[in-house]
Design a protein around this ligand. Structure first.
Ligand code: ZN
Length: 481
């Protein structure tokens, strides 16, 4: 008997084969990591003592502002640190750059120094909180409350405590260990750049920077089970732009078409309707999903374990279902400020909107600005770049510093998953890329979903039970450096 397969049959066969391969790949993925269960309720003596000390740091209000050059409160904060960490202060070299701190703990000089960092300024705390934002209250569940607990006085406390305890234990590190904490991080001020400038002048090249960034989260992405340490390895570029529409003005009683505000409105609507930026999967995002795939629901596994098949469609769909995922895949633009006429019945001669952009490496600063400028021209708008910087180089997860972080995480948080990811916000670490190829953005502390949401929001708090593991993490990281 002769079997005749026509072209439609061939297509079906190929499709069936593809589906079968995808299905097998998904079925073969067994849940691997992320089995770790934290003990946020750790109420041991050690956790309680740490909680009290963190509370003291939180009670010292350190809100920073671009418009306030006075650094008194930060210097007062340093005095609290000096009391709390006496060995660190007597052993390490201390530098203060207009309120920003740098310590150098001299090591045996066997290899390139490392730098652990955080920041001690915080953003304002508006609204009504369950516990006042600078109370440092500790509740019955052992949560320390207040602005800056998560962002980032807890990690600052942990890294300083790690060094204090290591000195007490008689440790001498193999390499120089720097500790940095700026007081201008929240408004991208001069603290970190001044610190980097100083290090450059000293001829320091760093083997690793470990800054704030991702943390330890349960269900880091909807549909993914388990506990993951999220390590920022790509920081997007940053830009502030202004789009201006001009006209000869006139009385609002005789309206004309396409007046400045209307053109700005049409432009913004067009950007939202037809996003002009190209979504692509970058290496960190692919790696993130690869590492999360084993712990996804079967339906998601089928998709995410088969990028070779689902990728082209996925990069279109993901930005539609999740703004956060979209921001990992492409340049973003968000409109932030606007100004029209000064009178209620006057057409503006000039109106503008501003926008904040975040650039992705595959469509860099230059290309993204060119794309948006061209689109703005269609609506007869002028584009002005107020400020822009390029995205940071991607940190290799196969290189030694990332692997060391994974090793330490496995020891301190057995069973945890570690995932590289794209940071959509910015950190002080970006200034350090000049003197370091391995700037990892990770604070080794567990936070709950509510605590994650509380960053820059209301009711910021952290479990004191998370602190001992944070301290142990930094200690191990130093000992292995
Ligand atoms: Zn912040």
């Amino acid at each position: 008997m002769e079997v005749v397969i026509n072209s439609a049959g061939m297509v079906l066969l190929v499709l069936a084969a593809l589906m079968l391969t995808a299905l097998v790949r998904a079925l073969l993925l067994r849940p691997t990591a992320a089995k770790y269960a934290v003990v946020p309720m750790d109420q041991s003596e050690r956790a309680t003592e740490y909680g009290k000390q963190l509370s003291r740091l939180v009670q010292k209000e350190t809100v920073s502002s671009r418009f306030d050059p006075d650094r008194t409160k930060f210097l007062e904060f340093h005095e609290i640190l000096a009391e709390m960490f006496p060995l660190l202060h007597s052993t390490c070299e201390k530098h203060v750059f207009h309120g920003s701190l740098l310590f150098r703990w001299k090591g045996k000089g066997k290899h390139e120094p490392v730098l652990l960092m955080s920041h001690h300024d915080v953003v304002e705390a508006d609204g009504i909180w369950e516990h006042p934002p600078f109370s440092g209250d500790i509740d019955a569940e052992g949560r320390v409350w207040g602005r800056g607990t998560v962002d980032t006085k807890a990690s600052l406390f942990c890294l300083l405590t790690a060094v204090e305890e290591l000195i007490a234990e008689g440790c001498e590190p193999d390499c120089d260990v720097y500790l940095a904490s700026s007081c201008t991080e929240e408004w991208s001020g001069e603290g970190a750049p001044a610190t980097v400038q100083y290090l450059k002048e000293q001829g320091v090249r760093l083997g690793m920077v470990l800054d704030e960034g991702g943390m330890i989260l349960e269900h880091p992405v909807a549909g993914v089970n388990g506990m993951y340490g999220m390590v920022g390895v790509l920081e997007k570029g940053y830009g502030d732009l202004k789009f201006t529409a001009k006209s000869s003005g006139g009385h609002a009683s005789v309206p004309f078409r396409n007046s400045p505000l209307v053109r700005l409105g049409k432009f913004m609507a067009e950007v939202e309707r037809h996003n002009p930026f190209r979504a692509e999967f970058n290496a960190p995002t692919v790696e993130m999903f690869r590492r999360m795939a084993p712990n996804m629901s079967f339906g998601m596994k089928l998709i995410f374990a088969n990028f070779w098949l689902s990728g082209p469609l996925l990069k279109r769909i993901l930005p539609l279902v999740s703004a956060a995922a979209g921001a990992m895949l492409r340049t973003t633009i968000g409109f932030t400020m606007a100004k029209g006429a000064d009178g209620l019945n006057v057409f503006p001669q000039e109106a503008y909107v501003t926008a904040n952009m975040r650039f992705i490496p595959h469509q860099d600063k230059q290309e993204s600005i060119a794309v948006i400028t061209k689109l703005a021209e269609k609506f007869d708008l002028e584009t002005e770049v107020i400020y822009a910087n390029e995205s940071c180089p991607v940190v290799e997860e196969k290189a030694a510093p990332f692997r060391r972080l994974e090793e330490v995480a496995a020891e301190i948080y057995p069973g945890i998953g570690i995932c590289p990811y794209v940071m959509t916000g910015s950190t002080d670490a970006r200034y350090y890329t000049e003197i370091c190829d391995h700037c990892l953005r990770f604070a080794p502390l567990y936070i709950s979903g509510q605590q994650y949401q509380s960053i820059h929001g209301r009711n910021e708090n952290i479990y004191q039970g998370a602190l001992p593991l944070g301290v142990d993490f930094y200690k191990k990281m130093i000992q292995k450096s």
